[in-house]
Write a protein that binds this ligand. Structure first.
Ligand code: DC
Length: 222
């Protein structure tokens, strides 16, 4: 298959998107892209430069100056920002808090959307995010919207974090982020009208992967 095909996997935080998208990409030998990590990296640069994440003009000015370099490594599209690889720093609570206002900034969204679109040059993509099927690649051949109950999502995210927060505290932080992500003016979290909705509550990751791969296989046969 030529490069530049896209499977979009959207959904709220901790809906299982990352693990599912990674496995779908590996099964098809396509490249995995975590678009949230790109927004997190912009938020990380904003914090590092001691800019207030909700100061729209200052964040926009800084975002325009960021030099980002994207490359393929271990089946994924990875990046350097301002010459540095952010690594684990992207998962810190400070970044969790800063990322929603940064991702709601229209200038940041424009810049990141351009970066994400450019990744098609690198190969076929399985990209997870919030607006991949609706805004970044509305023409994507495959669009999935992955969901799970708030309780299940809080449990999953709690199992990933290392900062000693309770499940309830993790749930509250997720809920706040969901609200900002869904209510923002630019590219809010929505179900693309032609997306397949998969509710993963009570399903294993492998069940979800199997559902997606089966739908992709059927679509490619017809
Ligand atoms: O998936 P995540 O939790 O790593 O996403 C981090 C933040 O980035 C989250 O607040 C939503 C935002 N985001 C977005 O607005 N659009 C995307 N395509 C991906 C993430």
């Amino acid at each position: 298959m030529e490069k530049g095909n896209v499977i979009a996997i959207d959904g709220p935080s901790a809906s299982g998107k990352s693990t599912v998208a990674r496995k779908v990409a590996a099964a098809l030998d396509w490249l995995y892209v975590d678009s949230g990590a790109v927004y997190r990296a912009v938020a990380w640069r904003v914090i590092q430069n001691e800019i207030d994440p909700s100061d729209q003009d200052a964040v926009a000015t800084h975002a325009r100056e960021i030099q980002a370099n994207f490359f393929v490594e271990s089946g994924a599209v990875l990046f350097e920002m301002a010459g540095e690889r952010p690594g684990e720093a992207l998962r810190r609570e400070a970044v969790n808090r800063a990322v929603s206002p940064v991702a709601a900034n229209p200038v940041v969204r424009e810049i990141v959307t351009d970066w994400l679109r450019g990744m098609r040059e690198l190969g076929n993509l399985v990209m997870e995010g919030r607006d991949i099927g609706s805004v970044v690649f509305p023409e994507a051949a495959f669009k999935f919207y992955l969901d799970a109950s708030p309780e299940e999502r809080a449990r999953r995210r709690h199992a990933e974090t290392q900062e000693g927060l309770s499940v309830d505290a993790v749930g509250a932080s997720l809920q706040l982020r969901d609200q900002i992500d869904s209510r923002r003016m630019t590219a809010p979290l929505t179900v693309a009208k032609d997306a397949d909705i998969v509710d993963s509550t009570g399903m294993t990751i492998d069940d979800v992967v199997a559902v997606i791969l089966e739908r992709v296989r059927l679509a490619r046969e017809t």
